[in-house]
Design a protein around this ligand. Structure first.
Ligand SMILES: Nc1ncnc2c1ncn2[C@@H]1O[C@H](COP(=O)(O)OP(=O)(O)OP(=O)(O)O)[C@@H](O)[C@H]1O
Ligand SMILES: [Mg+2]
Length: 407
C-alpha cells in the first residue's frame, strides 16, 4: 500500500479546538479529508488556564477528524499565538581577557552572556541566543573568533524568547491527549497561507485574525512577516455586551449574535426583529436587529481601533498598499468589512480557505498550518526524524520548533 502523507493541523483557540487532516499529494496539492471541531473550555485570551478541560477538547476534535479519515493520527502540527514567542536582536561586548590577547572559548562564552542582557517581561524567558556574527576590533563577519587576536570582542546575536510556562502547558495538553507534536507554526503565518496572495505579502498588507478571545494583527511586506501584535479582545466581548445589554444568558446572546448579528446598525431596516427567550424561559421577547447592531458596532469599532493603535506603534500609521484582510470567526459578522473600511480608510476583505467543508474563516488557522507545513517542507523533516527517538529536553524541542518557524 502506498503510504499516505497525512498532516494534521491543530488550532487550539479560545472558543474552539480545530483539528484538520490534510493529505499531501505527490504534486504538492492538498486535499482536506478530516475536520474535527470541539468547543474549547480551558483557554482564556488564547492562553491555557485549565489543562484537563483543554485535553478533553483536543481529544474530541482529534477523534472527530480521525473518524472522517478512518485512521488514527499519531501527531500534529500546532498553531501558536504570536505573543508567545519572539526574536530580539542584541549586541554583546567584552574586553578580551588573556594577557596575549588571544580570544578563547571563555571570551566567547562571556560575550554571549553579555548579549543575553535584555529587559524581558516577567513571563518571558530566553530560550536561546544565536550568534549571527562576531566582531573583533571592528572587523565584522567573523563566524568563529576563537584563536584570533584582538582587544575588543563583540557579538551580533539573535535572542529567542518565549512564554515558556504557557508553551509548556500547551505541549503538556497535547501530549496528554496522546498526540505527538511534529512542530509549531505561528498562527499569523498559517493564516497568511490562506488569506494573502503572494502580491499582497510582497506589496504590504495587514492580516487581522479576530477570534473568540484574541485579535492577532500581523504586517507583511517584501514577502515576509514584519511584525505581530496580539490584543486580548475578541468575539467573546461582543457576546458579553449583548448578554448584558439585552439582559439574557451568554448562550442566548451568542446564538442571537451568530444568527442575526450585524457590524453596522444601519445595515438593517429599523423594523426587523428577532425573538429572544426571556431569562425565565417562559416568554419570548422581540428585539430589533438594529438594537443588536447598536451593541455590536461600538465594541467592534473599539477592537478595530485597538488594532489600528498597534499598527501605529509598529510604525504603520498609513494604510499599506494591499490593504487589510480579515479572518477568524468574528470576520463572519455581516458588514464587518464595511465597518473596517470606514475606520482604516483602506480596502478590506474577508478571507477563508477554499476547500469544500472548511469554507469559513474559522478554519483559516488550522488549514493554513497544513499549507505552511507543505510549503516549508516541514513534514519532510518530520519523516526524516522517523519514529520516536529519545526525546530531547523540553527547551531543546521548543527551540527546534521555533527555529523551524523562523527559517
Ligand atoms: N457568524 C458569526 N458572526 C459573528 N461572530 C461569529 C460568527 N461565527 C463565529 N463568530 C465568533 O467568532 C469567535 C470565534 O472565532 P474563532 O473560532 O476564530 O476563535 P478561536 O480561534 O477559537 O479563538 P482565539 O483565536 O481568540 O483563541 C466567537 O466569538 C464567535 O462568537
Ligand atoms: Mg484563532
Amino acid at each position: 500500500m502506498v503510504k499516505r502523507n497525512l498532516v494534521c493541523g491543530m488550532d487550539i483557540g479560545t472558543s474552539h479546538v480545530r483539528a484538520i487532516i490534510g493529505e499531501i499529494n505527490g504534486d504538492g496539492s492538498i486535499n482536506i479529508i478530516g475536520v474535527g471541531t470541539s468547543p474549547s473550555e480551558g483557554l482564556k485570551k488564547g492562553v491555557i488556564v485549565d489543562l484537563d478541560k483543554t485535553v478533553t477538547s483536543i481529544k474530541r476534535a482529534a477523534e472527530e477528524a480521525e473518524r472522517m479519515v478512518g485512521t488514527a493520527i499519531p501527531s500534529v502540527f500546532l498553531g501558536i499565538v504570536g505573543s508567545q514567542v519572539g526574536l530580539v536582536n542584541n549586541r554583546g561586548v567584552v574586553a578580551v581577557s588573556g594577557a596575549d590577547k588571544e580570544i578563547t572559548e571563555d571570551d566567547v562564552e562571556r560575550v554571549l552572556q553579555a548579549a543575553r542582557v535584555i529587559a524581558l517581561p516577567p513571563d518571558r524567558e530566553i530560550i536561546d541566543v544565536l550568534p549571527r556574527e562576531y566582531i573583533v576590533d571592528g572587523y565584522d563577519g567573523i563566524r568563529d573568533p576563537v584563536g584570533m587576536v584582538g582587544v575588543r570582542l563583540e557579538v551580533d546575536a539573535m535572542i529567542i524568547t518565549g512564554m515558556v510556562t504557557s508553551i509548556r502547558n500547551l505541549v503538556r495538553c497535547v501530549e496528554r491527549s496522546e498526540l505527538e507534536i511534529d512542530g509549531m507554526v505561528l498562527n499569523s503565518l498559517a493564516n497568511a497561507e490562506i488569506a494573502l496572495s503572494r502580491d499582497e505579502k510582497e506589496l504590504g498588507s495587514v492580516l487581522i485574525d479576530i477570534g473568540g478571545g484574541t485579535t492577532e494583527v500581523a504586517v507583511f511586506q517584501n514577502g515576509h512577516i514584519k511584525n505581530i501584535a496580539v490584543i486580548p479582545v475578541g468575539g467573546d466581548y461582543i457576546t458579553n455586551d449583548i448578554a448584558v445589554g439585552l439582559r439574557t444568558t451568554i448562550q442566548m446572546a451568542e446564538k442571537l449574535k451568530l444568527e442575526h448579528g450585524v457590524a453596522l446598525a444601519t445595515l438593517v431596516p429599523e423594523n426587523v426583529t428577532a425573538e429572544l427567550p426571556q431569562l425565565s424561559g417562559k416568554d419570548v421577547r422581540k428585539v430589533t436587529i438594529r438594537e443588536l447592531g447598536m451593541i455590536i458596532e461600538p465594541r467592534l469599532v473599539e477592537m478595530i481601533h485597538l488594532a489600528a493603535k498597534e499598527l501605529d506603534k509598529m510604525g504603520y500609521r498609513d494604510p499599506l498598499p494591499a490593504g487589510i484582510v480579515l479572518t477568524g470567526g468574528v470576520s463572519l459578522t455581516r458588514g464587518i468589512a464595511e465597518l473596517c473600511e470606514e475606520v482604516f480608510r483602506a480596502p478590506v476583505r474577508v478571507a477563508q480557505p477554499g476547500y469544500v467543508g472548511v469554507k469559513s474563516p474559522i478554519y483559516s488557522t488550522a488549514v493554513g498550518i497544513i499549507h505552511y507545513v507543505q510549503n516549508a517542507h516541514m513534514f519532510v523533516a518530520r519523516d526524516q526524524r522517523g519514529g520516536r527517538k529519545a526525546l530531547p529536553g523540553f527547551l531543546q524541542r521548543v527551540k527546534a520548533w521555533i527555529m523551524d518557524m523562523f527559517d
